[in-house]
Write a protein that binds this ligand. Structure first.
Ligand code: ZN
Length: 409
């Protein structure tokens, strides 16, 4: 076969190359890297450590990061600590694979996109794709991987398969071997080895590009759909939050209502707990209220602030409210008490019946004086053991305290 190839080659070169000026190799740009065909020489199972990046690992083993992605079945270049990678080791060639003149090997940097590289190098995305037909996506470039930039030469860039010749390649794409050889600066067929990159001039990876465009559109739709779902989920969560807030407010209102009802019940209970008393008839000694504009705060017999057993009733009223005699009688006591009554008055109504008026701010009568029912005998105050202006009113019969309500209207 070598003989056939050789004679064909000689024919090609004698026909075409004789007229071509000698192609001098172009100076390679600074960021040119040498890449080899991934000839499997062995595998390294690598466990990802903190701080590892795919590009870093690839550089350490001298392989293209995309080869690690493919062999390790990675979807992206994001790694997880402890993850196992399968790194295909490539054979060290005695010379780096040949890159066609006019094509620049570019090491992808983080943030690079096909679009940005295309506009930076003044080529179209289709031309970029054609120079890199194994690209997997129009959007995602893998940092650290190599991208071929068709700077001076446009066409499809493929690596020469094992067992194939430039003529085979040219024939597959309907190109003249001469044109392919010229485009690749080839003078001697022995220069090309499997793995060397061959530029097929004028061929565009339209199918690849269209496939990638379709994929890009699909991914864009998937992103939109994911975003729509996310928004829907956010709306659902917001709705749920509003519902929960409304529920919480409703519960708070219910608690408030329950508390209000409880308070109302307590007030009602306090009122119904008001002792049932058999009121005495006027003939039996009925009395009049010693105050007007009051509120009963403690009943007879209730546990009071200063007593276990309340010996009278407490009538809360404004400070200075006049206190009148509940019944006609004689002033028995008018003065200061040493047992908590403060300024107080005791009236003797005859027949062993007495009334007592305590905590006065001022006394208006003197001991021994006769008073009529309704006559002012003093004023509401808070003297003695008292927590606020009120009249403590007692009725005693035969020296024993009685429920004043029995005697009052
Ligand atoms: Zn009292």
């Amino acid at each position: 076969m070598r003989g056939v190839w050789g004679s064909l080659w000689l024919l090609v070169s004698s026909l075409a190359f004789a007229k071509l000026p000698a192609l001098s190799p172009l100076p390679l740009p600074a960021n040119t890297v040498e890449v080899g065909q991934a000839v499997k020489k062995g595998w390294v199972v690598y466990e990802v450590k903190p701080g590892d990046t795919l590009a870093g690992i690839a550089a350490r083993y001298g392989v293209d990061p995309r080869h690690i992605m493919w062999s390790s079945n990675l979807q992206g270049d994001r790694l997880q600590v402890g993850q196992r990678l399968l790194i295909p080791l490539v054979a060290v060639e005695d010379r780096p694979p040949r890159v066609p003149p006019g094509v620049e090997a570019y090491r992808v940097r983080p943030g690079d996109t096909l679009q940005s590289l295309a506009s930076r190098y003044g080529v179209s995305v289709l031309e970029l794709v054609s120079a890199n037909p194994s690209l997997e996506s129009l959007d995602r470039l893998v940092a650290g991987s190599v991208l071929y930039i068709p700077r001076k030469a446009k066409g499809l860039v493929v690596s020469l398969p094992e067992g194939q010749t430039l003529v085979d390649l040219a024939a597959r794409f309907g190109l003249s071997p001469v044109a392919v050889a010229r485009a690749n600066g080839i003078q001697d067929p022995a220069e090309l080895r499997p793995g060397d990159l061959v530029l097929l001039p004028g061929i565009q990876a339209k199918t690849t590009y269209e496939r990638l465009l379709a994929k890009q559109e699909e991914e864009r739709r998937a992103r939109l759909e994911a975003e729509r779902r996310r928004q829907e989920e956010l709306r659902r969560l917001a709705e749920e939050r509003r519902r929960q807030q409304a529920l919480a407010q409703q519960r708070a209102r219910q608690v408030q209502q329950a508390l209000a009802q409880q308070r109302a019940r307590q007030v009602q209970q306090a009122q119904t707990q008001r002792p049932q008393v058999r009121r005495v008839s006027y003939q039996e000694g009925a009395m009049r209220w010693p105050l007007s504009g009051f509120r009963i705060t403690t009943y007879f017999g209730q546990r009071g602030v200063f007593q276990r057993f309340h010996t009278g009733i407490d009538l809360a009223a404004a400070y200075g409210t006049p206190i009148v005699a509940a019944k006609a009688g004689q002033v028995e006591v008018a003065g200061w008490s040493s047992v908590g009554y403060g300024f107080h008055v005791v009236l003797d109504h005859g027949g062993g019946v007495e009334t007592l008026y305590a905590h006065m701010s001022r006394i208006a009568v003197r001991a021994g004086q006769w008073v009529e029912a309704g006559q002012v005998i003093g004023y509401v105050g808070s003297t003695g053991w008292s927590t606020g202006p009120h009249l403590h009113f007692e009725v005693r019969v035969g020296g024993v305290v009685r429920n004043p309500l029995a005697y009052l209207p």
